[in-house]
Design a protein around this ligand. Structure first.
Ligand SMILES: Nc1ncnc2c1ncn2[C@@H]1O[C@H](COP(=O)(O)OP(=O)(O)O)[C@@H](O)[C@H]1O
Ligand SMILES: Cc1ncc(COP(=O)(O)O)c(N)n1
Ligand SMILES: [Mg+2]
Length: 547
């Protein structure tokens, strides 16, 4: 057996995430005779592949020798978002930052053979298409998807590269429209492609993009995203999503850079990766757009090649001090707006599972969820927590675990909430790494200061009103809340006895860092959790608009 290198020395806190792997006290590199018969040790800090099925995207696209777009971009994008990416190559392009010098299409039968190899063996969640060089290849793909159905199909109708070179001729257009769009979950044309699909209509404004999305929707996909990366004269990069009923404008700053080669391929692959992870379409598109924007921003000064269209760095997060394990989204304090905290006693009383309680709170509009299951036994709690992680991920709502760092690690939750008698926040940070959310309950100015020093992300302050949920919990009142808010450099969520009758008065206090209210009984000690959540949300919104 290969010798195992000695443990690296303990690193100081806020060390990079990779080093955290080696910091767990329960990870020992020694191989004892007994361990030869045991399954290999698992790194406790990262949920293992056995616990988390690996979301799988199959990209059916062309190879870009310059590796900025095509298959190469797809694999990097999926890897960055934590999805496995298999690849069926439809064409090999000789391509660089100047343009496309040559295209060598893979014979249709061989595209079919690759599809069969992957789909018959591997469990693919989502298929994403890029360059499909001929009508024949589109037909072969449709046939394979009929034989081996997948959960979702993302179609990026690549026709012309950003450099202006043709990647799929006009003869393919009709087959795209007639055969592929009707089975697609989302089609993602840029403005030029949308124009071509609609018989060369001209698209100059957001209103034109909306009309185009509506017309393409009529060709059969469930969603259409018209991308405005190439819209001239716009200081923002604006995309328009249409679901058959509503338009959503996704707006981000236009990053000034030459390195935009592969943005379209990357966006579609990110959407596919998020869908494979279980996200809703809107959430998948939002994450994808943010990813492209961040990647362009971090790569804006990168110089690869001499042409006008450079590639960007999909794995920019690896270089960032905020590199996070598996989670791209940084904590957004606005998530504290309507903070739902579960309670095992109340779930029992109303004969509800934790999972059903969480589902209902999210349905009603909760913006963050904490599982506070003081009496649950560990194994049962972990199973429920894993199910809740799935529910929350697919809705884009962060899920935190109260007290139990071990459970948070095992279910790969978004973070934890700890009290003053639990593990200190800096120790929690050591264990969870920089990417997870940590909240700390604070009643005093000193505790708020310490939470900030310890690297917490937010403070829970209360009890603002008397409560029966927590025993021996002194009431701080508005004055106590005010003291902590003013002293705190962190966002604050108010907690303790808050309900539909008094939530408005809390939000009307209007402290800039008071971001929301956390509630237990007001949601979960009620017959219909979703209705109560919806009601409370509208009360909070009204109060905010008044203050
Ligand atoms: N310079 C930029 N800054 C920020 N986002 C951009 C920029 N260029 C493109 N995008 C975004 O990249 C994604 C891909 O869009 P686009 O470049 O229009 O597609 P394609 O590569 O197919 O032409 C879209 O979400 C778009 O808004
Ligand atoms: C093989 C291949 N597939 C797709 C694109 C489009 O990418 P972009 O429009 O961002 O240049 C490309 N240039 N090459
Ligand atoms: Mg582009």
């Amino acid at each position: 057996m290969a010798s195992v290198p000695p443990l690296p020395p303990y690193r100081p806190r806020h060390s990079d995430a990779a080093a955290l792997l080696f910091r767990s006290p329960s990870f020992s590199p020694g191989v004892s005779p007994a361990s030869a018969t045991r399954p290999p040790r698992r790194f406790p800090v990262v949920a293992s592949a056995r616990d988390m099925p690996w979301p799988h995207v199959l990209t059916v696209a062309g190879s870009d020798s310059g590796a900025g777009a095509g298959i190469q971009a797809d694999i990097k994008a999926c890897a960055a978002l934590g999805a496995y990416c298999s690849s069926v190559i439809t064409a090999v392009t000789a391509q660089n930052t100047v343009g496309v010098q040559g295209v060598h299409a893979v014979p249709e039968e061989f595209v079919g053979e690759q599809l069969r190899s992957v789909l018959s063996d591997m469990s693919v969640d989502v298929v994403k298409t890029g360059m499909l060089p001929s009508a024949g290849v589109v037909k072969v793909l449709c046939e394979s998807l009929r034989k081996f159905p997948v959960k979702a199909l993302v179609v990026d109708p690549v026709m012309v590269s950003t450099s202006g070179d043709t990647l799929s001729g006009p003869s393919t257009l009709a087959t795209y429209r007639d055969e592929l769009f009707s089975v697609a979950d989302i089609v993602t044309p840029n403005v030029k492609e949308a124009s071509k699909l609609l018989g060369d209509v001209s698209l100059h404004t957001i209103s034109d993009m909306r009309n185009a999305a509506e017309s393409i929707y009529k060709l059969g996909p469930k969603y259409v995203l018209v991308k405005g990366g190439d819209m001239p004269d716009s200081s923002d990069a604006i995309d328009v999503l249409f679901d058959g009923k509503e338009f959503t404008e996704l707006r981000g700053p236009r990053i000034k850079t030459r390195n935009t080669h592969g943005t379209g391929c990357t966006l579609a692959s990110c959407i596919a990766a998020e869908l494979a992870k279980g996200a809703t379409m809107l959430h998948a598109v939002q994450v994808a757009k943010k990813f492209v924007e961040s990647a362009l921003y971090h790569s804006k000064d990168l110089v690869i090649g001499n042409g006008p269209q450079g590639p960007f760095d999909h794995l920019f997060e690896l270089k960032s001090p905020l590199y996070k394990m598996g989670s791209l989204q940084k904590f957004n304090p606005d998530n504290l707006f309507l903070y739902a905290v579960t309670d095992s006693g109340m779930n029992k009383k109303w004969d509800r599972s934790i999972k059903d309680a969480v589902k209902a709170a999210i349905e009603g509009g909760a913006t963050i969820v904490q599982l506070r299951e003081k009496d649950a036994d560990t194994r049962e709690f972990l199973e429920a927590a894993k199910a809740c992680v799935q529910i929350c991920k697919s809705s884009g709502v962060p899920l935190l675990i109260n007290d139990r760092i071990d459970v948070a690690l095992a279910c790969n939750a978004d973070g934890v909430h700890v009290g003053q008698s639990d593990m200190p926040a800096w120790e929690v940070r050591e264990l969870l790494g920089p990417g997870k959310i940590i909240g700390v309950s604070c009643k005093t100015l000193d505790q708020a200061e310490q939470a900030w020093k310890d690297g917490a992300d937010y403070i829970g302050c209360g009890g603002v009103f008397p409560t029966t949920t927590k025993k021996n919990n002194p009431t701080l009142g508005f004055e106590g809340l005010r003291t902590v808010c003013l002293a705190s450099k962190l966002p604050v969520v108010a907690i303790g006895g808050i309900n539909a009758g008094n939530a408005g008065s809390v939000m009307e206090l209007g402290f800039p860092n008071l971001k929301g209210v956390a509630v237990v009984s007001a949601l979960f000690d009620q017959e219909c959790v979703a209705i109560e959540t919806r009601n409370l949300r509208s009360i909070l919104k009204n109060a905010c608009s008044r203050s």
